[in-house]
Write a protein that binds this ligand. Structure first.
Ligand code: SF4
Length: 210
């Protein structure tokens, strides 16, 4: 078995745990995993149109529409006119939906404990590896653009000589290291395609000080 195959096996084990947790939550809350994802998305990011949510969670629009219809029936989501275009509808979480989403945001205890076992350097290396993998999937169009550093207009990778904090976030104007790379950042602003390519090349090229 090659190292790559071992990595795939490891990822599938973690995926298995997350899937089983998704179904456990589905039983506990009466929501399917897709409904949970939509509700969590609306609560975390605010109102959105169905098309935007479908793209974000990488599910087809008909599947998203069915899940939204179920959430509306259950009283967790409501449709209101989009202020930017009164002919279109925006989805909003209701108070009941926001309360329920608070229960959904919890990661499996076993996974949290496993991540907690990593020391600081393992955590930084793992996060950098994950960032590279998710960035590569994004570059290939396999997943939508994520709110992560490598897709952000404020990201300046490997610009500092300090090996512990080689990157720079122009939004907060501060240097940071691999352990602080963000995979879902509220301050993220999507860079244009050429800036993303440039940033990606710089991020994936080992700096001279390493
Ligand atoms: S704003 Fe967020 S996503 Fe963008 S570079 Fe800074 S930390 Fe990373």
């Amino acid at each position: 078995m090659t190292a790559n195959a071992h990595i795939m096996t490891g990822l599938s084990r973690i995926g298995m745990l997350l899937r089983s947790e998704g179904w456990r939550q589905a039983e506990a809350t009466g929501l399917t995993p897709t409904q949970s994802q939509i509700l969590a998305h609306l609560v975390a990011r605010g109102p959105a149109r169905i098309g935007a949510i479908a793209a974000e969670i990488a599910v087809t629009q008909p599947t998203t529409s069915d899940a939204v219809a179920a959430l509306v029936r259950k009283g967790y989501v409501e449709k209101r006119p989009d202020p930017a275009d009164a002919r279109a509808a925006q989805l909003h979480s209701t108070d009941a939906g926001t309360r329920l989403a608070g229960q959904l945001a919890v990661w499996p205890d076993a996974l949290l404990a496993a991540v907690d076992m990593l020391d600081d350097s393992e955590r930084a290396a793992f996060l950098k590896g994950l960032t590279k993998m998710i960035g590569a999937l994004q570059m290939r169009g396999a997943i939508p653009i994520q709110r992560m550093c490598v897709a952000c207009t404020h990201f300046r990778p490997n610009v500092h000589s300090d090996a512990a904090r080689p990157h720079h976030c122009a939004f907060v104007d501060a240097a940071f290291g691999d352990a602080s790379l963000r995979l879902d950042c509220g301050d993220h602003e999507e860079a244009d395609a050429s800036a993303r390519l440039e940033s990606w090349a710089r991020f994936t090229t080992e700096p001279a000080h390493v």
